[in-house]
Design a protein around this ligand. Structure first.
Ligand SMILES: NC(=O)C1=CN([C@@H]2O[C@H](COP(=O)(O)OP(=O)(O)OC[C@H]3O[C@@H](n4cnc5c(N)ncnc54)[C@H](OP(=O)(O)O)[C@@H]3O)[C@@H](O)[C@H]2O)C=CC1
Ligand SMILES: CC(=O)[C@@H](O)[C@H](O)COP(=O)(O)O
Ligand SMILES: [Mn+2]
Length: 381
């Protein structure tokens, strides 16, 4: 029986993790979880899985829930995320919280030698060097949940990494893949949230439309697999059936395929190195699909991807600035305060003005993160 802590339980990844935990009660037990402001889902998870510790975003919600569930210990805010991540009974942390807010709790769990099943890509982008150095020091395994990185991880199974020629990350193209840049001037939030293949949280769906999601994933791959940027390519593949590929020196290409269902990489990270049947999983029928499509990436159409490669190749706090600018700009777009095209423009302006620090410590990263968010708010005013 693996004991699990889960951050971001009420989100898209968190709720799909809940689906797996409910179906696999002989294999997994949820000891602690965090949610944000969704109290209905928080109640349901408490009643179904009976954890010992729950963290919510607001103190008043923690006080209210403590009266309803006296057998559960409640905590809240940033310290609550760390308490959930470091619960003494859990051996695996699933980090499915949104944004760089997941960084400190991830580091705290790593320092206890826990296995980290990581969906929270912003943490790896903003402070990948710190996360991987601490994971090595404390012998903590970092297992990818992001579908592309899980595909790469599965395609590297049993292989010697020194034989890899390049990683090929597939991209659906997002909600506006059939539009020109000119046609993006007046798109709405509702249009942008309409992803062709995946049902995901709002922020990552917008990232997918700008292609910043792929930019974050290129950096995530560099961090997780220690691969130089000139050996990480992005390939447009509109069906999201091939989740990513690894090419080897002998020209062989190994890929992982499947219907688009995030429960597959989540469950693989939980059951690794084993596999388990997937409850209600839809099997891939290639004959029925008939055709798969591929196209070279267009960096002019998707400037966010170019910016992410630039930040990755530069390294240092520019990664934190880019990530924080993106988080703040996407939040502003979702609130109707800026247009879709202003997301890229905001990130580029922040990066151009940034004074880079090459090997930042945690405090420097936290300072750059909060300063960048303030800068973006001032730019938007
Ligand atoms: N969704 C997907 O299919 C995929 C997601 N990812 C990555 O996984 C992560 C989560 O994405 P997704 O599930 O889509 O996101 P969602 O927005 O659906 O969920 C985010 C979760 O984090 C909680 N949360 C948000 N802000 C805070 C905060 N300040 N303090 C505490 N909790 C907070 C939310 O709580 P509440 O809702 O209760 O307020 C919710 O539980 C992201 O890094 C994303 O890039 C990676 C691959 C695929
Ligand atoms: C499911 C998942 O891992 C997402 O990150 C997904 O990849 C988004 O799709 P695109 O970014 O390829 O549109
Ligand atoms: Mn992905």
């Amino acid at each position: 029986m693996k004991k699990i802590s889960l951050l971001g339980a009420t989100g898209s990844i968190g709720w799909q993790t809940y689906d797996i935990l409910k179906e696999q009660r002989d294999a997994f037990h949820l000891v602690a979880f965090s949610s944000g402001k969704n109290i209905e889902k928080t109640r349901e998870m408490i009643e179904t899985l009976k954890p010992e510790l729950v963290s919510v975003q607001l103190e008043e919600d923690a006080i209210m829930l403590a009266k309803e569930y006296p057998q559960v210990h409640f905590t809240f805010g940033a310290k609550g995320l760390v308490e959930v991540a470091t619960h003494p009974d859990s051996t695996v942390l699933v980090n499915a919280v949104l944004g760089s807010v997941g960084l400190e709790s991830t580091l705290a769990a790593i320092r206890m030698g826990k296995t980290i099943a990581i969906a929270n890509k912003e943490t790896l982008v903003t402070a990948g060097h710190l996360v991987m150095a601490e994971a090595k020091k404390y012998n903590a395994a970092i297992l990818p949940v992001d579908s592309e990185h899980s595909a790469i991880f599965q395609s590297m199974n049993g292989e010697n990494p020194k034989n890899i020629e390049r990683l090929i990350i597939t991209a659906s193209g997002g909600s506006f893949r059939d539009k020109t840049r000119e046609e993006l001037k007046h798109v709405t939030v509702a249009d942008a949230l309409n992803h062709p293949n995946w049902s995901m949280g709002a922020k990552i769906t917008i990232d997918s439309a700008t292609m910043m999601n792929k930019g974050l994933e290129v950096i995530e791959a560099h961090v997780l697999f220690d691969m130089p940027y000139d050996k990480i390519d992005v390939l447009l593949h509109r069906e999201s059936i091939i989740h990513s590929l690894v090419e080897y020196h002998d020209t062989s290409v190994i890929a992982q395929l499947g219907t688009p269902d995030m429960r597959v990489p989540i469950q693989y990270a939980l059951s690794y190195p084993d596999r388990m049947p997937l409850h209600n999983g839809q099997r891939l029928n290639l004959a029925q699909i008939g055709q798969l499509h591929f196209k070279e990436m267009d960096f002019e159409r998707y400037p966010a991807l170019r910016l992410a490669y630039e930040a990755g190749r530069t390294g240092g706090t520019i990664l934190t600035a880019m990530n924080a600018a993106n988080e703040a700009a996407v939040a502003a777009f979702l609130q109707g305060k800026i247009t879709f095209l202003e997301i890229d423009e905001t990130i580029e302006r922040v990066m151009q003005a940034h004074n880079n620090i090459l090997v930042p410590d945690l405090q420097t990263i936290l300072n750059v993160d909060s300063e960048t968010r303030k800068t973006v708010l001032n730019m938007i005013k």
